[in-house]
Design a protein around this ligand. Structure first.
Ligand SMILES: NC(=O)c1ccc[n+]([C@@H]2O[C@H](COP(=O)([O-])OP(=O)(O)OC[C@H]3O[C@@H](n4cnc5c(N)ncnc54)[C@H](O)[C@@H]3O)[C@@H](O)[C@H]2O)c1
Length: 369
């Protein structure tokens, strides 16, 4: 075994590109050694683009490759559980993209399978590594804001780039599932990974009902054990490019961080240019082109941490249990919107096909109270 961790990526599009570039940014710890993607030609083109030595159409074939020690799952949500179970069986460590999976049963099965196989299940929540957010947490932990009683996180853009996100059978839910999972994890992490007491969520489909049965606008309030509150805003209705920001309030101070526009160049161009920020429709007029985009999110730092966890040099700060906490809050949030009431945790309805069903069929949520 070489000292560098060999990574095999499942998927070859948006998040796969991000992971490959992030791994390349931290070359002393790890290498992408293989990619697997079923669409004809995609894995090969991806391998060429990122100078990856091996490519496969079937990820199960990649799992037989001894050079692959850690599998990065960047496939659609509905496939996360099966790919993780197969990877664990093959003795590979797993980094699973958010959300961890679709159902709580899947989350348990993934955690159990990785435990049984003696491999790590790592949950790719990059906000735990975003430099601005890490600095905010360091200051909070130092006591800079006194007792923190309110943490807000918002992730908002104009809607996903791939069709499967809009199809709730493949994604499990809408903006709350896709973007709210970040905010839930963030508030929980920021407030010291405390127990969640209750969840309230207001969901609606404001502008995309022709395209999806999913929520495109979500406000979720999380009450933590010490009384602190997390507020998560998730939207697929914000043109103008990705917006990811936080606010932190305590009795002795506060801080605000705008991850992308706060790290951008206020720019005016009459003719436009190549790229400003994820999901910005135009680069003409006033725009906010970001720099070091992956770094500002924390993706390279996240992958470095995970590679070091594989080598036993660090202990994972985001793992399968983290993803499971998020999954339970997602269930509670959809149930809350269905019933129009606050949901107290633990909330573990069994046999739910996808989280959004708890909103659309409130009787399922009621039966689980
Ligand atoms: N952490 C983040 O900020 C972040 C950002 C974007 C996406 N994601 C997550 O990453 C995952 C992928 O999202 P994306 O935006 O890259 O989607 P995408 O549609 O751009 O890419 C999905 C990829 O999965 C591949 N795929 C489909 N079926 C497959 C199969 N059976 N086996 C192997 N590969 C298969 C597709 O060929 C494609 O390459 C999602 O779970 C998403 O939520 C996370």
């Amino acid at each position: 075994m070489t000292s560098k961790v060999g990574i095999g990526i499942v998927g070859s599009r948006f998040q796969a590109d991000c992971i490959a570039a992030s791994v390349k940014a931290m070359p002393e710890e790890m290498d992408v050694v293989a990619v697997a993607s079923p669409t004809k030609g995609n894995a090969e083109a991806f391998a060429k683009r990122h100078a990856i030595p091996k490519f496969y159409a079937d990820y199960r074939e990649m799992l037989r490759d001894p050079a692959v020690e850690l599998v990065s799952v960047t496939a659609p949500n509905r496939l996360h559980a099966q790919i993780t179970l197969d990877a664990a069986k093959a003795g590979k460590h797993v980094v699973c993209e958010k959300p961890l999976c679709i159902t709580l049963e899947e989350a348990d099965a993934m955690i159990d399978a990785c435990k049984a196989a003696g491999v790590l299940l790592l949950y790719a929540e990059e906000l735990f590594f975003a430099p601005k957010y890490v600095k905010a947490k360091q200051m909070a932990d130092e006591g800079a804001f006194g007792k923190v009683h309110l943490v807000k996180q918002g992730e908002k853009h104009s809607g996903p780039h791939s069709d499967w996100f809009w199809d709730v059978d493949q994604s499990g839910g809408g903006a709350l599932m896709d973007l709210g999972c970040h905010g839930i994890a963030f508030c929980w992490w920021f407030l010291g990974k405390q127990k969640v007491k209750s969840v309230y969520s207001q969901l609606s489909t404001q502008h995309n009902s022709k395209r999806t049965k999913g929520d495109d606008e979500a406000i979720t309030i999380i009450e933590f054990a010490d009384g602190a509150i997390g507020m998560v805003e998730s939207s697929w209705n914000r043109p103008g490019g990705m917006d990811d920001s936080i606010e932190v309030f305590g009795d002795k101070g506060q801080t605000y961080a705008d991850m992308l526009m706060g790290n951008a160049l206020p720019t005016y161009s009459e003719v436009g240019f190549g790229y400003a920020v994820e999901k910005a429709a135009s680069t003409k007029g006033w725009t906010y082109p970001v720099f070091e985009e992956h770094w500002n999110y924390g993706f390279p730092q996240e992958m470095r941490h995970f590679a070091r966890c594989v080598r036993g040099k660090e202990t994972a700060i985001s793992d399968g249990e983290t993803g499971r906490v998020v999954q339970e809050v997602l269930y509670a949030a959809y149930a809350s919107a269905g019933l129009g009431q606050k949901i107290t945790l633990p909330f573990r309805p069994m046999g739910i096909v996808k989280p959004i069903d708890l909103w659309k069929k409130p009787e399922l949520a009621r039966a689980a109270l």
